[in-house]
Design a protein. Structure first.
Length: 270
């Protein structure tokens, strides 16, 4: 079952030209998020052969994936029918619909239920943001960062996707926000000194490598500060509910407090 964030028919396969190296690597390593890896390989191969500029970009933006792209394109069936090609493109787009959604961040606030259903008061209940220095890791379209900026002294929106960083900067400028900065960086290698922030928060970020990622969040958080995890709440499928249950288990066993509305927090003492 898909996330339901995008209508793939509205997107060009050229959306892949806006993806970052880490996204390409993740996609090629996992075969997208669809369950049928064989169909993903077939569809992606057909789509790449029909869009050689995208194939060129993927291999040059992410050299680690040269062999995978070569295998996909060489093993794909020869297809010239435009409808079949478009069908393959749509399958490939849906296989990473979150990455595709990030190419149109202006639509995220109305397309992603964990954003449009989120009440910022749930964030303010977790910690005192007044005059604090705050880091939002994997800021996305800024759901948490813009809320925090209403109270905090400074907010750093850390986001590794270029289209999202541009969206954040445009909104900051448009709304004349003076206490928010946008910075590149991944959760496992944050570009900040130890003990920099009073609050370190994130949404859909932590969970690939729990201990490594939490250790990095902890490193940049001051003693007495807070780590907050707020993925938001949505209309969950059985698979998504299982993932949320796993999240709860993983964080709680690492001494995080689990609260209503899919919120977690941990105070750090060093």
């Amino acid at each position: 079952m898909g996330l339901g964030w995008i209508k793939a028919e509205d997107y060009s396969f050229n959306a892949f030209l806006l993806m970052e190296r880490f996204q390409i690597y993740s996609m090629m390593k996992s075969g997208g998020w669809r369950n049928d890896n064989a169909e993903w390989k077939r569809s992606m191969g057909i789509a790449l052969n029909a869009n050689p500029a995208v194939a060129w970009y993927l291999t040059h933006r992410c050299p680690e994936c040269v062999a995978v792209v070569k295998e996909l394109t060489e093993n794909a069936p020869a297809v010239t029918d435009e409808q079949e090609i478009r069908k393959a493109e749509i399958y490939a787009l849906l296989s990473v619909e979150d990455f595709v959604m990030y190419t149109t961040p202006e639509l995220m606030d109305t397309s992603c239920d964990w954003i449009y259903k989120w009440d910022k008061s749930h964030l303010f209940e977790l910690a005192d943001f007044k005059d604090k220095i705050v880091l939002d890791v994997g800021s996305g379209s800024g759901r948490l960062a813009f809320a925090a900026a209403e109270l905090a002294r400074e907010v750093y929106a850390n986001e590794p996707v270029g289209t999202l960083r541009e969206y954040l900067r445009d909104k900051i400028k448009r709304e004349n926000i003076t206490n928010m900065r946008v910075v590149d960086g991944l959760v496992d290698n944050l570009p900040y000194a130890d003990n920099t922030f009073d609050i370190v928060m994130s949404g859909h970020v932590v969970g690939d490598f729990w201990d490594v990622e939490i250790a990095e969040l902890t490193r940049v958080c001051k003693s007495g500060g807070w780590l907050l995890d707020c993925p938001g709440y949505d209309d969950e499928s059985d698979d998504e509910q299982a993932e949320e249950d796993k999240r709860d288990d993983e964080l709680v066993k690492r001494s995080w407090e689990a609260l209503r509305y899919d919120r977690y927090r941990k105070q750090i003492f060093k």
